[in-house]
Design a protein around this ligand. Sequence first.
Ligand SMILES: [Zn+2]
Length: 631
Amino acid sequence: MKSIYFIIGLLAFLGACNGPSTENKPSEETVTMETMKEKDIHSYSNPSQVVVKHLDWVAEVNFDSTSIEATAILTIDNLEATENLVLDINGLSIASVVLDGKEAATFTLGEHNEIFGQSLTIPINPETKLVSIKYTTDPNAQALQWLNPSQTAGKEQPFLFTQSQSILARSWIPLQDSPGVRFTYNAKVQVPSNLLAVMSASNPQQKNNTGLYEFEMKQPIPSYLMALSVGDIVFREIGERSGVYAEPSVVDKAAYEFEDLESMIAAAEALYGPYAWDRYDIIVLPPSFPFGGMENPRLTFATPTILAGDKSLVSLVAHELAHSWSGNLVTNATWNDFWLNEGFTVYFEHRIMESVYGRDYSEMLASLALQDLKSEIHEMEENGQSEDTKLKLNLEGRSSDDGMTAIAYDKGYMFLRYLEEQVGRERFDVFLKNYFTSNAFSVMDTETFLTILDKDLFESNGIERPAALYEEWVYGVGLPEGSPEPTSNRFEEVEKQLGKWQEKALLSDLEVDAWTTHEWLHFLRSLPENLTLEQMAALDAAFGFTNSGNSEITMAWMLHVIANGYTPGYEKLETFLIETGRRKFLTPLYKAMLEKEDGKTMANAIYSKARPNYHFVATNTMDALLNYTSK
Ligand SMILES: [Zn+2]
């Protein structure tokens, strides 16, 4: 738990940088357990004084004007009989505000900030229960991506999807946009009658004639899990409580790819207790979706780039499913605690994969994660960003997106694996199950978690905690000494085959028939950086890398294509970057181009064609990387 001095220091800083408002800060006399918690530096809202408990959302989705016209009716609990409800908005045009269904209210808008948006302050009474806000979203709303028919698989209907994490929900719904605030919701959404709408809620499984759909989310969720998708979407059942949504031409491929979904849910429940969200469905979105997946409750949003045809990239599904516990059930209190969401989720992902596909398999994933982590730490250190290699972040005045690095994911994973190795799996599993059961539907900050760890893992098992454990792992930079070393026999075999080639064996003599995507990735990552054009051509001829339909293999191969100036791969590189908007692929590929002498021209030429296909989350990162300014 942080001291009040820390909070005041933070607020003073925010005042200076025009970040979220400080005017509603609690006075020292009114500090309660809740307000003692660190203030969310990425939100203007005042949930310690008045908190949103429920949202009724009535909306009309308009593809012609690329906007949503909506009314958000917030049920509030005025904890401290405060005079103002402060919400987060970004780019919303507010038409009117009504209190308790009758009283038109005034409202004021704070100064607009590029990262945080602005505050919407609504005067309320101590008795006010309902606050209705009528508004329209901006055509450039950051969470929303409006796709033309040509950007979809079917090429005939437009498509809309949202991506609210981390602080983009405020660009389509006025809310207390902080992960520390949970609310339930109901929604009524009107879409064109030939399209289907789905949300992070109870969902329809087929279109109706009216285009009006109703949704209910009974379990309280934080704002970053608000999600909506509208398009020519159909549903296929996978198991009793699982299924997949996608465009008609994609849905069967997706249903095949996710065949093992029920076994994954069963494995997850065996590890961490009952699944709390009723159904678990997945929607496969068009390729411009900026992430691999987004754990919107009841309905994971996923990139089509995981449809490899051989189920080899389904660990992403295990990851999003794992978020049903870590993140969605127990949620990081602020984005400085992001590792609590992602580190646990990567740990769970590997445990689910181990239980469904074996240790052999999950150790390949762990080895790849460690490689990613080491290279990201190295890069961050070189760029003077060592502070960001700590698990507990300090994102004062910065975008919460800056915390979405391998640190939260893979260093977080390594820390949990380290704990498991220290106390033994049996004890660690008991601790984890208990932790998720006792903290279900609540928020967690790093300090509270460490207190629980002390008590329920170390003390209760009579184990002494290593004195420097938290200083090294949570508050320290880089990867601590003695960190876990995944061992993969299958990767050792890959290295042996690679060695044979380097000792002049023919590529056709390598034993690669049983290799999965992960072994190929390890092979590609282990190749020397500098290859001759003859070697590149030989590799391509033997293994067909340029024409691979597997997005991970394409990405790993394209790094060699760029580094070695292998022109036969350029056309594929360009189409891949134009069609795929997944940031995980974009960042390394554009960076690799920038490292080449004439690469900037190439990167800019491709980016100018590709940018219209990317979501804000991706353009925000790429604009900065490429110094792009819209003219
Ligand atoms: Zn995740």
